[in-house]
Design a protein around this ligand. Structure first.
Ligand code: ATP
Length: 352
């Protein structure tokens, strides 16, 4: 069999999973390339875990197909998929040592590269920064250390694909941030294709090569963190990923790529190559960091409601004709504040 180097490691087409009363995954399609760190992100209940369980073979799809390196794996059991999995709870065996836990991953497959079991376990523990921990009892480890053991166990047989379901959700924020950097470094060192699930949009932006933003079982947008952040494809994505200000109004005219939108209290000009025409309803967004306090083609006159000091910035909550807006500032402000922005600082999300 000839293999095409550019063939995706994962390819989902029209993947759907229905339970009696719920459609957990709804016509989902995407591909994951060799060595990619791909994240499924979305709010609770949007279908992330079900998608991962389908990929791992722990559930069967109602419709659609999953191919791994071009092979249709419908009906193929988890152990025959060449996949390493880490679920939300670490699920380490408490009656086994750390070394035995990692070695458990080798019960069904030989260690790669002709290594002995002991050598492989030692290598993996070193890889996750726990060298010499073989004899430890997993109950005597911190949450972060347990999570590393779980990752080492999943990696032990040298899988072709790694699936991670919120592996850091039980850890505190600071440790999570540190471990996500370590995880990304490890993933790059091993060059292992990874599908990662999180409900934390900031984590998704920080860690992914590409991400799928899920809502009600469907992917609303698949793209690089930069593309998803700068050019959200739907109102849901615009509001879910990062702080944002979303406006809706009627297109009153256009001059090339400069589109005028009547927002009610004021008309703004937004630069976009989209095909908006007079009379269309446009949804546009402006990130809080895009506002300045003077200059600018567009100006919204707002009232400061509250200010949150975040250390590196202050987040202002402002009222603009009953709509709450967010802006960033380096000085505490109060009273009436103009928020100015240039046409190219705004993004048109959708036009109908
Ligand atoms: P969370 O972040 O809370 O884990 P999620 O995005 O991973 O959420 P899923 O666990 O995939 O979401 O669930 C998607 C939907 O499918 C939910 O409405 C859930 O209640 C439903 N669901 C999941 N598993 C089952 C099941 N075995 N039987 C019935 N409904 C299910």
């Amino acid at each position: 069999m000839t293999t095409v180097a550019s063939e995706p490691v994962v390819s989902l087409e029209g993947l759907t999973k229905r339970y009696e009363t719920t459609t957990a995954v709804d016509d989902l399609s995407f591909t994951v390339s060799e060595g990619e760190f791909f994240t499924l992100v979305g709010p609770s209940g949007c279908g992330k875990t079900t998608t991962l369980r389908l990929l791992g073979g722990f559930e069967d799809p109602t419709e659609g197909s999953i191919r791994l390196r071009g092979r249709d794996v419908t009906g193929v059991p988890p152990e025959a998929r060449d996949i390493g999995v880490v679920f939300q709870s670490y699920a380490l065996f408490p009656h086994m040592t750390v070394g035995e836990n990692v070695g458990y991953g080798l019960n069904f497959e030989e260690p790669p590269g002709g290594m002995s079991r002991e050598e492989r376990v030692a290598e993996l523990l070193e890889l996750v920064g726990l060298d010499g921990f073989e004899e430890r009892d997993p109950t005597a480890l911190s949450g972060g250390q347990r999570q590393r053991v779980a990752i080492a166990r999943a990696l032990a047989p040298g899988p072709d694909l790694l699936l991670l379901d919120e592996p850091m959700s039980a850890l505190d924020a600071r440790l999570r941030e540190r471990l996500r950097v370590e995880l990304k470094t490890l993933q790059q060192e091993l060059d292992i294709t990874t599908v990662y699930v999180t409900h934390d949009q900031e984590e998704a932006l920080a860690i992914s090569d590409r991400m799928a933003v899920m809502h009600d079982g469907a992917a609303e947008q698949v793209g690089t963190p930069r593309a998803v952040y700068d050019r959200p494809a739907t109102r849901f994505v615009a509001e879910f990923v990062g702080d944002n200000n979303v406006f809706s109004g009627t297109v009153t005219g256009r001059d090339g790529e400069r589109i005028s939108i009547d927002l009610g209290p004021t008309t703004v000009v937004v630069q976009s190559a989209c095909d908006a025409a007079r009379g269309d309803t446009a949804v546009a967004c402006v990130r809080p960091e895009q506002f300045s306090r003077d200059g600018g083609t567009n100006q919204l006159v707002t009232d400061v409601e509250s200010a949150e000091f975040l250390g590196w910035t202050t987040r202002l909550h402002l009222d603009w004709h009953g709509q709450e807006l967010l802006a960033r500032t380096d000085a505490a402000l109060s009273g009436t504040v103009p928020l100015c922005f240039e046409p190219e600082d705004a993004h048109i999300v959708t036009v109908e």
